[in-house]
Write a protein that binds this ligand. Structure first.
Ligand SMILES: Cc1ncc(COP(=O)(O)O)c(C=O)c1O
Length: 401
């Protein structure tokens, strides 16, 4: 027996579905085959110059060369509070109600460890971003999955969620604009969710990593709902908004007790985000009025290009309301994994099987719109030659909420 055995919590995480696809991808690349990777949600576009200039300037200031604080810099958090008020009409206290993060993933993954105990239960969306489950499992708590169904726009009904609540349920995760479905929640959703969570005395964790990537109405923050402030925490990211995945910077906004618990946890495991990056990112928010529409324009063009081809090929697919993903149906009689494997073997186009996001993702695949329009176009041409759906789908897809 190996002297090193993984912890039971690590071992109990859902199997890593992508290992086989990664192996195939590696094999194909080593054999000199061209791979069109539409699987990873990592923007191809560079971080804007106005942020890089600020990073450079702040990096040269020796005050930013020392340990940061776990909660983040006052100046950066003041910038976040100002943006929050302007963008969401929600007044937040920068010191008590915000914290800087090493990317929103870090906060989302750590938050359950700050508030859950072994035996507690947390409601997590299926399909959903896998980090919700991982954080809950690492905390020794139990993830209880709730389905996001296409028939209800991939938005849960609190009355359905209520059926899953037990004496052990402590919190619920929601994520809009949604990864992987691209759904945006209607305005009334947060009101209903918060009212229900208050009745059940639950914490609401809202993952708003894609809040600035939308195709029609700007999504709202859960913190703009009266009563949400007592029991909610919302996670935001600079990764998608400013093509900053590599810089690792995000923030949390929410109830003082929840933010404080997260910061106390973080103080034990990390020493905060690099200060030059905190400052530059927070200052970047002031340029969102110009940068945001341009960025959304890029994704809109890619989205429409891909939707047009996929629909022509007969793929049943909804128009996403936000984020940079397309969530389509695989051909009947094929599983998500079979479909994705076949497409990759025949064309070199790498898609994500829906089951990578939970059992409810069976029957779906995800495309990330994070490669250039040119390589997206070439990947779509490859799909056209394969025409995996064959018979065209008759009914037009409804517009996603
Ligand atoms: C739904 C969702 N939340 C959070 C994140 C984490 O983003 P980051 O840690 O880069 O802020 C991602 C990244 O893909 C995501 O898809």
């Amino acid at each position: 027996m190996s002297p090193v055995e993984k912890s039971m919590r690590l071992q109990s995480l859902p199997r890593y579905l992508f290992a086989e696809l990664e192996r195939k991808r590696h094999e194909a690349e080593s054999a000199g085959r061209e791979v069109f990777d539409l699987s990873i949600g990592d923007p191809d576009l560079p971080t804007p110059g106005f942020i890089l200039d600020r990073i450079e300037q702040h990096a040269r200031d020796p005050r930013n060369h020392r340990y940061p604080t776990s909660a983040g810099m006052r100046e950066a958090r003041a910038g976040i509070a100002a943006w929050f008020q302007e963008r969401f009409q929600a007044v937040v206290d920068p010191i008590q109600e915000t914290a800087m993060l090493l990317g929103s993933k870090e906060g989302i993954g750590h938050f359950p460890l700050a508030v859950l105990n072994p035996g507690d239960e947390a409601l997590v969306p299926d399909p959903g971003y896998p980090v919700y489950t991982a954080g809950v499992v690492f905390a020794g708590a139990k993830p209880v999955r709730f389905p996001l169904r296409e028939s209800s726009g991939f938005v849960p009904d609190p009355r359905e969620l209520d059926k899953l609540v037990t004496a052990h349920t402590r919190l619920v995760f929601v994520n809009y604009p949604n990864n992987p479905t691209g759904a945006v929640a209607p305005h009334s959703f947060y009101e209903e969710l918060v009212a229900w969570a208050a009745r059940r005395n639950l914490i609401v964790v809202s993952d708003a990593a894609y809040s600035e990537l939308y195709y029609s109405e700007p999504p709202r923050s859960i913190l703009s709902v009266p009563g949400a402030r007592d029991r909610s925490i919302e996670f935001h990211s600079f990764s998608k908004t400013f093509n900053m995945t590599g810089w690792r910077i995000g923030f949390a906004v929410g109830a003082p007790s929840l933010v404080e618990a997260l910061v106390q946890f973080k103080a034990n495991v990390d020493s905060g985000a690099p200060q030059a990056i905190q400052l530059a990112a927070a200052e970047g928010l002031k340029s969102l009025g110009v940068h945001g529409p341009a960025l959304r324009g890029v994704y809109r063009e890619r989205r429409d290009l891909a939707l047009d081809t996929l629909r022509r090929l007969g793929c049943p697919i909804r128009t996403p309301g936000g984020a940079f993903y397309l969530w389509g149906r695989v051909p009947e009689k094929e599983t998500s994994m079979e479909f994705v494997t076949r497409v990759f073997d025949k064309t070199g186009v790498l898609l994500t099987p829906g089951t990578g996001f939970g059992a409810e993702g069976e029957g779906y695949f995800r495309i990330a719109l994070t490669s250039s329009a040119d390589s997206l176009r070439r990947a779509l041409q490859k799909l056209e030659t394969l025409a995996p759906w064959k018979a065209p789908h008759a009914s037009p897809s409804p517009i996603a909420r």
